[in-house]
Design a binder for this molecule. Structure first.
Ligand code: PLP
Length: 404
């Protein structure tokens, strides 16, 4: 055998597709919170509890022996509960047989969708800033994520429809939508969704919509903003994969049980990937979640009240501390402008904040894809106990009053 053959010693051990992904700023900030004892409003790990009956059901399922591979597409009970949920809430009909797939969190559904739908060289549109997994999994598929800016208007983030039309090329295959949106807390309006759908239909794109915060829109039912699935718009069901998850709705992010609904050929593409990524997901959780999903409205109403109160406490506190907050209509997070504290760079600000104020936040630059995006935004999470939010607010106000 020649010396060259089979010798790999000079190559990087990791594949090129991982280049630049690095350790995320979430890891760094979580570690900073731990080492400094700061109040952690960084990563969106919910601390607001879960339905007691759900926890007991899962514990009972483990003890009763639901510990082996469940059916590859998910248990019939959970697939039926997901289909019933989509019908009851949104009037969307899915066949639990081949139009619903249970996944290992929304993360696997999103990865499976992009790996299952994109060929190398394809382009994937996403509104910028966006959840950090989208660009990474697009890259794993050999595709490229093309960021479409969400622009600020007053205290809101809004769609720039012209920028969306302009971003489409002959290589565009998929549009990733996320509503309610992380990291901004934006809920896409009916008019914005109609504008997105128009582009999608015009160019024959496929939509992958991430709706993990679907139950967490504040003031829904009281004339406030409303979550609308884009799949419910005319001509959109047949070209949309809708992704959701138990993690955010029930405060069980460690369980990693999600699901995706869509027309059978699109769901089959995700299932084709899933069968060799994880094959199946979380046996003891599935039937318990099916029962919880059946009564989700009651649980979610209470959770929305708690989260909405936290959102108000945090936003008002940020305002008093001079960190101007943007409007967050849903989810776990609020955006703040750091410039009044003499900062332009959110990464530096977030590295200093634990020492200066005893609070941890996440620089929004971690969510921006496009070069030249704003660097003066940071994300605070309010999915924490009220005392933690109040403590953080007090610390920020004290730091704002002290020396800069
Ligand atoms: C948390 C989150 C996810 C991940 O959901 P899992 O079910 O934990 O995989 C996906 N998308 C968004 C926007 C999120 O905030």
């Amino acid at each position: 055998m020649s010396a060259e053959k089979g010798r790999n010693g000079t190559r990087e051990p990791a594949a090129a597709r991982l280049a630049g992904l690095g350790t995320s700023v979430f890891t760094e900030m979580t570690e900073l919170a731990r080492s400094t004892g700061a109040v952690n409003l960084g990563q969106g790990v919910p601390e607001l509890g879960s339905p007691r009956a759900l926890l007991e059901d899962v514990a009972a399922a483990v003890l009763a022996g639901a510990n082996q591979y469940p059916p590859a597409h998910g248990t019939p009970a959970l697939r039926e509960a997901v289909a019933a949920h989509q019908r009851r809430r949104y009037g969307l009909e899915y066949d639990p047989g081949d139009e619903v797939l249970v996944t290992t969190g929304a993360t696997e559904a999103l990865a499976g969708a992009l790996l299952g739908l994109c060929d190398p060289g394809d382009e994937v549109l996403a509104f910028d800033p966006c959840y950090d997994a989208y660009a990474a999994v697009a890259r794993f598929a050999g595709a490229k994520l093309v960021p479409v800016p969400l622009v600020t208007e007053g205290d809101a983030f809004v769609l720039d429809a012209e920028a969306l039309w302009a971003a489409v090329t002959p290589r565009t295959r998929v549009l990733v939508l996320n509503t309610p949106h992380n990291p901004t807390g934006k809920v896409f309006t009916a008019a914005e969704l109609a504008a997105v759908a128009e582009v999608v239909r015009e160019y024959g794109l496929t939509v992958v919509t991430d709706e993990v915060y679907e139950h967490l829109v504040f003031g829904e039912g009281d004339g406030g903003p409303v979550h609308r699935p884009i799949a419910a718009l005319p001509g959109m069901r047949e070209r949309t994969l809708t992704v959701s998850s138990a993690g955010k709705t029930f405060g069980v992010t460690g369980w990693k049980v999600g699901w995706v609904c869509g027309p059978a050929p699109l769901v089959a593409a995700v299932a084709g990937v899933k069968q060799f990524l994880t094959y199946t997901s979380g046996a003891p959780f599935q039937d318990a979640l099916a029962r919880a999903l059946g009564g989700v409205e009651e649980w979610a109403a209470e959770l929305r009240r708690t989260l909405g109160r936290n959102r108000d406490l945090l936003s008002e506190g940020l305002m008093r501390a001079g960190l101007r907050p943007y409007r967050a209509d849903a989810g776990y997070f609020v955006q703040a402008d750091i410039r009044a504290w003499g900062h332009e760079d959110g990464v530096r600000f977030c590295r200093e904040l634990p020492l200066r104020a005893g609070v941890v936040a996440i620089p929004t630059s971690a969510f921006f894809v496009r070069p030249g995006a704003p660097s003066h935004l940071v994300r605070f999470s309010f999915c924490k106990r009220e005392e933690a939010v109040l403590d953080a607010v007090r610390r920020l106000e004290e730091a704002a009053a002290g020396p800069r």
